[in-house]
Ligand binder design. Sequence first.
Ligand SMILES: [Zn+2]
Length: 386
Amino acid sequence: MMRVSAIPAVLRFEIEAECPETGARAGLLHTPHGVVETPVFMPVGTQATLKAVRPTEIIEELDAKILLSNTYHLFLRPGHETIRELGGLHKFMSWPRAILTDSGGFQVFSLSNLRQVTDDGVLFRSHLDGDPHKFTAASTVDVQLALGSDIMMVLDECLPYPASHEAAKESLHRTIRWAAEAFNHYRKRREGENAPSALFPIVQGGMYADLRKDCANQLCELDAEGYAIGGLSVGEPRPLSLDMTAITTPLLPREKPRYVMGVGMPDELPEYVARGVDMMDCVLPSRNARNGNLFTSRGKLVIKHARMKNDPAPIDEDCGCSTCRQYSRGYLRHLFNAGEMLYSTLATIHNVSRYLDIMRGIRQAILLGKFPEYLRAVRSLPVEDS
Ligand SMILES: [Zn+2]
């Protein structure tokens, strides 16, 4: 049965080029806060900030078009009603471009204590003060609408790895039911008010191909504006995450953006794109930067190593970021060892810049019809570890 939605679409996704060999796509995702070139890597601003970097630098130096923020954290502190009163998340953090928020499900399952899954949601205690809270499919939509995200996620249950087929199946049915409840609530709210936020359901199913397929097929009936693949990067071997992605993407509508949540290492970015993925996010570049691990075109560089002490070279000779244009490894090592705040800023700018450069290279290769050659070239490089 064709579902005719009464509410206008929030997003418009244009596919500009598609690799006939791999299915990789280059496109433009039009959001209420600007156009996002895809495939895209979204830097993570967990607490309504990309740690250590000002929004003006994210725009002028990194040119990121979209950031991710975490509903769980903002719900607990400062609270979504506070952010609504202060004009919504874009105004609150002075970020004029697009924002995607997760539903908080992943953090409830990974951070909070004493969580209890019920039929209509999840009860949990805050990791900050132990206060009890409940998330339901509808309430997480309300929280994200208060934030004013361009793209919101439905509440899903995120299983640890490994999980039995039985446990994964039971969890999957709950996730599918929550997705339907979230969409019912979302459509009601959008019919009644001007709320330009899109909602994506999340394909779960653990590491089981049959469950992933079942979930994807059922979620497609929601006729969403885009689809996410979740429950990956939870401790499983990396090739398995790619396999689960590869069996899921062909089942999702070709004309809608596909988002794999929480991936990946620099060498994995083209691999996800090769499996038909348009959007990704991960804390890896920013968290690694702060920990002293810098990604370069020649592999990982550990800034605290003694051999950096008198090194006048930039982090990466081939990187055009403002950190590499102005500062030496020796200076960055000094800042890191001295615990100076500037270190985090400079390192984050470089690492995120490296990720965004990789994505620009991938996108260019797809647009030029040269993605298979690009993929062969990057696959011949040594693999980096996290
Ligand atoms: Zn750099």
